[in-house]
Design a protein around this ligand. Structure first.
Ligand code: PEP
Ligand code: MN
Length: 298
């Protein structure tokens, strides 16, 4: 009786040739962002963070700015553990209009203070086009949240800002649509765009969203822009954040953005998915070990 194994001819293994997919052969619509047009990687430096090179840069901090103590103590903890950018929302896109909406300009002032004390540059979200000048006065990197990922008039305006933009993937956007969103910023004059995969909507309910890790190698192939991963908003629970943060490093992301809170149980927003400082330190140590094997500095 023939088994399947016996039918396999004994041919010498030859190295597999790359086969360009039809998409890869066709000139993409995202002319400025495409790898075809610009083969070398775009490297974006902000303070000690480098996005797009061999360094793996970690952004960390609370979901929302809540108070001076909360922000400064978290900033110092993440800095000591090795984060290179502090995150914190002052304008919060909440699903319910009755949830905490952020401290707005007072939050931006606290971020500036935390930057002065910790030395970390800050990234914070701009939720409305009319807030761009105010947020740009305080932030080192302007974040576009998932809900504004296809707000094309806002993306055009961010193209006029002389600061990097961290663009999150929309809940329901394909990778080509994501790259076209980035193209709006690039085409309006701002070349400093960092893409962020943060989970997409699927039928799965065990996690808040589904982290599309395959987005990382696909994006890295299609674009020269840096690509980072936000495991916190993807999974929605602190227990799953560290495994996916490590996976992001392994699949070739340029960095991660992780929510860390000095006291997650009391957080006004996203406490369930926030790491406390000791879990964050443990994650950073593990990332350094894996990064050492992969030749990625931190
Ligand atoms: C955030 O990072 O603060 C945030 C609101 O994330 P997202 O836009 O990905 O939901
Ligand atoms: Mn959050």
């Amino acid at each position: 009786m023939n088994s399947a194994c016996e039918l396999i001819p004994d041919v010498p293994a030859t190295p597999r040739q790359p086969v360009p997919t039809p998409e890869a052969k066709r000139a993409p619509e995202y002319k400025l962002g495409s790898r075809q047009a610009h083969p070398s990687a775009t490297i974006i430096r902000v303070g000690h963070a480098v996005f797009g090179g061999s360094q793996f840069s970690v952004i960390a901090g609370p979901c929302s700015v809540e108070s001076e103590f909360q922000l400064v103590s978290t900033a110092e903890a993440v800095k000591d553990a090795g984060a290179v950018v502090l995150r914190g929302g002052a304008f919060k896109p909440r699903s319910s209009p009755y949830s905490f909406q952020g401290l707005e300009e007072e939050g931006l002032r606290l971020l500036r203070k935390a930057r002065r004390i910790s030395g970390l540059p800050i990234v914070t979200e701009v939720m409305d086009s009319s807030d761009i000048p105010l947020v740009a006065e305080y932030a080192d990197i302007l974040q576009v949240g998932t809900r504004n990922s296809q707000n094309y008039s806002m993306l055009r305006k961010l193209g006029k800002v002389d600061k990097p933009v961290l663009l999150k993937r929309g809940l329901m956007t394909t990778l080509d649509e994501f790259l076209l969103s980035a193209e709006y910023i690039l085409a309006s004059g701002n070349e400093k765009v960092i893409l962020c995969e943060r989970g997409i909507r699927t039928f799965e309910t065990a996690t808040r969203n589904t982290l599309d890790l395959s987005a990382v190698p696909v994006l890295k192939e299609r674009t020269h822009l840096p690509v980072i991963v936000d495991p916190s908003h993807a999974v929605g629970h602190w227990r799953y954040v560290s495994p996916l943060a490590k996976a992001a490093l392994v699949v070739g992301a340029d960095g991660i953005m992780v929510e860390v809170h000095n006291n997650p149980a009391e957080a006004l927003c996203d406490g369930a998915q926030s790491l406390d400082p000791s879990l964050f330190l443990q994650l950073m140590n593990e990332l350094r070990t894996i990064g050492g094997i992969l030749g990625r500095s931190m």
